[in-house]
Design a binder for this molecule. Structure first.
Ligand SMILES: *Cc1c(COP(=O)(O)O)cnc(C)c1O
Length: 395
C-alpha cells in the first residue's frame, strides 16, 4: 500500500524528464503534453530562460521572511500592477490561497466601512476555486463539499442568467465571484455581455467583483487575462498556475481602494512571494510579456478551435461541441471522458478531463501548428478506434 493519502486516482505513469512540449518516462517513451500539469507549464518543460533564472537565484538566496524587503517580490508586483487593473498584490503559493486572500479582502473591505454583516459571496454552479474549506464553499460543488461540514457565507446560482444573480443579492452580499472562463467545470467561456452585466450589478449594489483567473489567466486565452476581452475590470483578481510555470506561486490582486483594508496583521504567508518563487515568476513574465508571445497564443487558439470543429463534423455522434477560449479548449464528447483520456494517454497524448464530459486541452502556450496537428491526428485515431470497438460490440 502507498504511504500517500488516497486522494488522487493516479495513472501508473511516472515521468522523469520534460523538454518543451514533451514528457519522457524512464524507458524513454515520449508523450505529447496537452495538459501542462493542468494549465501550469505555460512555457512547456525546461524553458532555458526560467531554468537559468532559478539556478542563479538558487545560488544567491532562496527564502527570507516577509518581515524583510524582498526586491524580487516588489518587482513582480509592480509588473503585474502595470499590466492590469490592480494597484496592489499579495503573493501566495497556490490558487486556493489566492482565493482565500480574495475572500478575506472582500469581507474585510466591508467590515472596514462599518458594514460588518456584509460577508456573503455569490458564486456559480460549475465553478472551481480550490480545495480549502473556503474555496470548496465558494464553488459549492456538492461532490467536493460532501462530508466536510457546514459551508456558510456563499450562495450559488446557474451562470448566464443575470436576473438569477440579482435575485440573490441582499444587504448581506459582499461580492460576486466568477471565473471568466470556467476550467474544471466544463470549459465554459462567459460572454462579454454577461461579464458586463455582473459588473453593472456590482456597481448598482455596491458589491465587489472578483475574477478567478487562476486557470484562464497569464495569456492562456489569447489575452494576458481572459476578462480583457470584455473590457470589464474586476475589483479583485486571483492568479496562480501559469505564473510560476511549475514553481508554486499565486497572487491576489486588488485595486488600492479595496486593498487598503488589509493592514498589518490582517493576513500573511510564510512562503508566499519568497525570493526563489518571485524570481521564477519574473522570468515567466519576461517570456509571456515578450513581443508576439500572446499573439501566438491567440493564433494557435484559433487553429486548435478550427481543427476541433472539424472533428464535430467528422464524428458528429462522438464530438458534440467545442468550447473555451484560446488554448483553454474543451471538447464535449459522448464517450465517457475519463476513459477517453486514458485512451489518448495510451496513444501518447496527455489531456485532462473536465466536468460535463468535456475533454480539456491545455497545451503549453509555446505549442506550434505541427504539434496541434499531431494531437488532432491522435484524437482522430482514438475516436476511430472507439467507434470501431463500439460498433463491433453492438453486432
Ligand atoms: C486550479 C484552480 C484553483 C486552485 O488552485 P490550487 O493551486 O490548486 O489551489 C482555483 N481556481 C481555479 C479557476 C483553478 O483552475
Amino acid at each position: 500500500m502507498s504511504a500517500l493519502y488516497g486522494t488522487y486516482a493516479r495513472s501508473e505513469l511516472a515521468f522523469v524528464r520534460g523538454e518543451g512540449m514533451r514528457l519522457f518516462t524512464e524507458d524513454g517513451t515520449r508523450y505529447l503534453d496537452f495538459s501542462s500539469g493542468i494549465a501550469v507549464n505555460a512555457l512547456g518543460h525546461g524553458d532555458p530562460h526560467v531554468v537559468n533564472a532559478l539556478k542563479e537565484q538558487a545560488d544567491k538566496l532562496w527564502h527570507v521572511s516577509n518581515i524583510f524587503q524582498i526586491p524580487e517580490q516588489e518587482r513582480l508586483a509592480q509588473r503585474l500592477v502595470d499590466a492590469t487593473f490592480a494597484d496592489a498584490v499579495f503573493f501566495t503559493n497556490s490558487g486556493a490561497e489566492a482565493l482565500e486572500c480574495a475572500i478575506k479582502t472582500a469581507r474585510r473591505y466591508f467590515w472596514d466601512k462599518g458594514e460588518k454583516d456584509r460577508v456573503d459571496i455569490i458564486g456559480f454552479t460549475g465553478s472551481f476555486h480550490g480545495r480549502t474549506i473556503a474555496t470548496i464553499a465558494a464553488a459549492g460543488n456538492p461532490s467536493y463539499t460532501e462530508g466536510f461540514g457546514p459551508m456558510p457565507g456563499f450562495k450559488h446560482t446557474q451562470p448566464g442568467d443575470l436576473d438569477a444573480v440579482a435575485a440573490l443579492i441582499d444587504d448581506k452580499t459582499a461580492a460576486i465571484l466568477i471565473e471568466p472562463v470556467q476550467g474544471e467545470g466544463g470549459v465554459t467561456a462567459f460572454s462579454d455581455a454577461y461579464l458586463r452585466g455582473l459588473r453593472a450589478l456590482c456597481d448598482k449594489h455596491g458589491l465587489l467583483l472578483i475574477f478567478d483567473e487562476v486557470q484562464c489567466g497569464m495569456g492562456r486565452t489569447g489575452r494576458l487575462f481572459a476578462h480583457e476581452f470584455s473590457g470589464v475590470k474586476p475589483d479583485i483578481m486571483t492568479i496562480a498556475k501559469a505564473i510560476g510555470g511549475g514553481f508554486p506561486l499565486g497572487a491576489c490582486l486588488a485595486t488600492a481602494e479595496v486593498a487598503k483594508c488589509m493592514v498589518p496583521g490582517t493576513h500573511g504567508s510564510t512562503y508566499g512571494g519568497n525570493p526563489l518563487a518571485c524570481t521564477v515568476g519574473n522570468a515567466v513574465l519576461d517570456r509571456i510579456l515578450s513581443p508576439g508571445f500572446i499573439e501566438h497564443v491567440e493564433e494557435m487558439g484559433k487553429v486548435l478551435a478550427w481543427k476541433l470543429q472539424q472533428l464535430t463534423q467528422k464524428y458528429p455522434d462522438l464530438v458534440t461541441e467545442v468550447r473555451g477560449k484560446g488554448l483553454l479548449a474543451g471538447v464535449k464528447i459522448t464517450p465517457p471522458v475519463r476513459d477517453f483520456v486514458v485512451r489518448l494517454r495510451d496513444h501518447k497524448l496527455l489531456t485532462v478531463a473536465a466536468s460535463d464530459n468535456v475533454l480539456r486541452l491545455l497545451p503549453p502556450l509555446i505549442v506550434t501548428e505541427a504539434e496541434i496537428d499531431e494531437a488532432i491526428t491522435i484524437i482522430t485515431d482514438a475516436l476511430a478506434e472507439y467507434q470501431a470497438e463500439t460498433s463491433s460490440a453492438a453486432q
